[in-house]
Design a protein around this ligand. Structure first.
Ligand SMILES: [Zn+2]
Length: 439
């Protein structure tokens, strides 16, 4: 028996997860149970296998939720997103640097107001859950209140979430600017308050090299050294104009990435969004230091930034996760993000198999965040965050699904045609956190 009835729940349906990267391991990378059972005890995975084999081990009075006809996969992991930009998604006509000036800084300036920050944080996290995303690495704003708001809202939903206060002490309006010293002190206070509390973790968050002084980047390195286990999130090599600006601001640097390297900001648990305009040496440094890339397809297309080189990242041995990068990104849906990731790879003369796509959205993202010992698959003992996908969610999806004969075809239909409507339910630590009600 896997536990007493009171703390055991089970979920029956088609189940898929990954034990490694399909790009390396091929078919051995996934586990698939057409009629499977996922058993959860105290919020963690207690058993997984064919329903007919393990049903007998479940206490007779435990609740077994019947998701037959649906596909259960681990909760999606979004490795790069800005909750404060929720309200500027779908804003017209700019590339990165103009986008920041015209849309981002004005909207982020409002997050000194705790009521506003709270309202946006609540909406944002409900949207994540509606889209099947159960873990995210999130930029707040320069204001401490913006960090408190997102962590309070995440904790109320028992989410495993990483967030941090944006550090920007130059080249931005005063309404979103801090100083090297105040940014350091505020970050320290927020780390003490939030890091390691329940499922929450803190990320030191310099927006990007152009908006921090060298002193501020130096202090980011100090924060990381002083608090082992905390994270870092930033942006690198997104846009050519940005790359040229960094070369002017840091004339001594070999490359944009080299600026971060100089201050000790390449290390495990450091996640860099975009990583488009890098060279081979940059990728080698990321692999050698354990830093991760966040591939943000919808944002890269929407802002006209460029095409992420997924093959080069993989060949170099760099950890890669997927990011929605809202509001530069155009959807909080990981399924929409997989669709655009596939197209980016096509434009780069590469391919993204449906298995690798779902790996990146789950275990790959968890590994990019060094959380793969806790989430990202249904290995025994892991936290039971999962999504239930409905292959009949829309008439077109149902029609296409009816013609599929393999799991790969089914996954591909989900990633090309699916969106939040395909998310039938989202569970956090085994408990229902979202259930789709309207058709
Ligand atoms: Zn971003």
């Amino acid at each position: 028996m896997v536990g007493s009835a009171g703390d055991v729940t089970a979920f029956r349906g088609e189940i898929l997860d990954f034990t490694g990267d399909p790009a390396t391991l091929g078919d051995a990378a996934h586990r698939h149970f057409p009629d499977g059972l996922l058993v959860v005890r105290n919020g963690c995975v207690a058993a997984l296998g064919p329903a007919m084999e393990i049903l007998a081990s479940v206490p007779a009075d435990a609740v077994v939720t019947d998701y037959r006809g649906k596909l259960i996969v681990p909760g999606f992991v979004d490795t790069h997103v800005h909750y404060a930009q929720t309200d500027i998604i779908a804003s017209y006509g700019a590339q990165l640097l103009e986008w920041l000036e015209r849309y981002t800084f004005p909207v982020e300036a409002c997050f000194g107001d705790p009521d506003h920050a709270r309202e946006v944080a609540e909406f944002f996290l409900d949207e994540l859950l509606r889209n099947g995303t159960t873990t995210a690495m999130v930029f707040a704003t320069t204001h401490r209140t913006s960090v408190d708001a997102i962590f309070e809202a995440a904790n109320a939903r028992a989410l495993r979430l990483i967030a941090g206060k944006v550090l920007m002490d130059r080249n931005v309006p005063a309404s979103v600017r801090d100083s090297a010293d105040s940014g350091y002190a505020d970050s320290k206070a927020l780390i003490a308050r939030w890091h390691g509390r329940d499922r929450l973790a803190y990320a030191v968050t310099p927006r990007f090299a152009p908006t921090s002084t060298e002193r501020q980047l130096e202090l980011c390195g100090r924060l990381l050294d002083e608090h082992p286990g905390i994270f870092l999130q930033s942006h690198v090599a997104e846009n050519r104009g940005e790359v040229a600006w960094v070369a002017e601001l840091y004339p001594w640097s070999r490359s944009y990435l080299d600026v971060y390297d100089h201050y000790g900001l390449l290390r495990p648990r450091a996640v860099y969004a975009h990583c488009i305009h890098l060279d081979a040496r940059d990728r080698q440094r990321m692999a050698a230091t354990g830093a991760a890339m966040s591939f943000c397809a919808t944002s890269n297309l929407f802002l006209g930034s460029g095409l992420f080189d997924a093959r080069a990242a993989h060949d170099a041995g760099v950890r890669v996760g997927l990011g929605t990068d809202v509001g530069g990104g155009t959807s909080l849906s990981m399924l929409r993000t997989l669709d655009e990731s596939y197209k980016v790879c096509q434009l780069a003369g590469q391919t993204l198999s449906p298995f690798r796509a779902f790996y990146l959205a789950t275990l790959g993202g968890a590994a990019a965040l060094y959380f793969d010992d806790r989430i990202g698959s249904f290995a025994i003992g892991k936290e039971a965050d999962f999504v239930v996908l409905d292959p009949t969610a829309t008439p077109l999806l149902a029609r296409r699904m009816a013609r599929t004969t393999t799991l790969a075809e089914k996954l591909f239909a989900f990633m090309i045609l699916g969106d939040d409507r395909a998310v039938h339910a989202t569970h956090v630590l085994g408990a229902p956190a979202h259930r789709r009600t309207s058709v």
